[in-house]
Design a protein around this ligand. Structure first.
Ligand code: KG4
Ligand code: ZN
Length: 341
């Protein structure tokens, strides 16, 4: 089953062609960083206008690189939400038009479910169910029990900033260029993670939640208190990163111990972080936990993961090209409904 994926939930215009939820024949991601950099963050209006300008060519590009045509495609998968509404509607309108004109099935995919299926791409073995997923991106941080492709339960989520958001805001405090997450990761590699003890949020009782806004504020106060003195930016970056990774690993391991899971998945933009990947890999070796982290190109937003999710959830995500709508707040829980006819 050959699916064309379209993802425009934020600031990346992404298209892909994926066979059977696994073989990526093409994955095209055009980031808009140069258009947002001078504002220090994503400007929603600019993002949606860039999607309009880029989408048609990105679809043609994905088909051409995959050596296929719209006629040979078996369906079109698009991110329906959550995300920036002005960005989502561009991809959704494009996908609806393509599906209607070519008379192919349309699949409406939840962006976060896309991140759950990213580790299924381009590798021989898939994470065995049930597995525990840590989704950490610019918009979300949550722990999810994935019982099957259609049954996922959110076990804990962030109370405030997402992990990626904390990275981006802290990078800005350190004067790093946009987008800050990967820059901070790079800087932290040369610093001492034990230089400063930034706070780690611990939820009350046995909750599996996260909070990153206190950490970000604490870095801000620390930098203000250091004005004129010598706090090495690399040490601040490494110490901040150690606090984030520690908080994520504590909750991930705690959730893993509470139920029987066959594997752990860590996905979303922050899963591209070198320190988080090392911590997960070290834990997986030490405790023989089967861990799946996608390669960085599938951690950050892409359309191949959307085509993969549509393949595994095809009976529940089928949508009508005439009536489907984007939803900025699309709920995470999948409502399994009778297949569209
Ligand atoms: O999944 P994603 O591409 O978009 C959303 O769905 O939000 O995640 C983007 C987020 C940004 O906040 C970015 O700074 C962060 O992921 N990110 C990283 C790294 N690469 C991307 N954060 C830390 N270290 C990285 N290497
Ligand atoms: Zn994402």
């Amino acid at each position: 089953m050959l699916l064309l994926g379209i993802e425009t939930s934020c600031d990346d215009t992404a298209t892909a062609v994926v066979r059977d939820g696994r073989d990526v024949l093409s994955s095209v991601v055009t980031n808009q960083d140069e258009f947002h950099a001078k504002y220090g963050g994503i400007v929603p209006e600019i993002a949606s206008r860039r999607h309009v300008a880029l989408l048609s060519a990105a679809v043609e590009d994905a088909l051409e690189r995959a050596g296929t045509t719209l006629e040979e495609i078996d369906g079109i998968a698009v991110t329906a939400g959550p995300g920036l509404i002005g960005s989502l509607v561009v991809g959704v309108a494009g996908a609806k038009a393509l599906a209607f004109a070519s008379n192919k099935p349309l699949y409406a995919v939840n962006h976060l479910h896309g991140h759950v299926f990213a580790p299924f791409l381009d590798r021989p073995e898939s994470p065995p169910y049930p597995f525990l997923a840590l989704l950490v991106s610019g918009g979300h941080s949550q722990l999810v029990a994935v019982d099957s492709p259609l049954r996922m339960r959110v076990l804990g989520r962030t109370h405030d900033d997402a992990a990626g958001e904390a990275y981006d805001k802290t990078a800005r405090l350190l004067g790093l260029p946009y987008p800050g997450g990967p820059e901070l990761d790079r800087l932290a590699r040369t610093g001492n993670p034990k230089a400063y003890a930034f706070p780690r949020y611990r939820p009350a009782g046995d909750a599996l939640d996260f909070s990153f806004s206190g950490l970000k504020t604490s870095v801000r106060y620390f930098l203000e208190s250091q004005a004129g003195r010598e706090a090495a930016p690399a040490d601040v970056a490494a110490s901040f990163q150690a606090a984030v990774v520690d908080a994520l690993m504590t909750q991930l391991q705690s959730a893993f111990e509470r139920a029987r899971y066959n594997a752990v998945v860590v996905s979303g933009g922050v899963a591209a972080n070198s320190a988080l990947a090392s911590a997960v890999t070290a834990w997986s070796k030490r405790d023989s936990v089967s861990a799946f982290i996608p390669p960085p190109k599938y951690c950050t937003d892409n359309a191949a993961m959307i085509a993969a999710a549509a393949f595994y959830q095809r009976d529940a995500t089928r949508a009508d090209p005439l009536s489907m709508t984007a939803d900025a707040n699309l709920p995470f829980v999948l409502t399994v409904r009778a297949s569209h006819t």
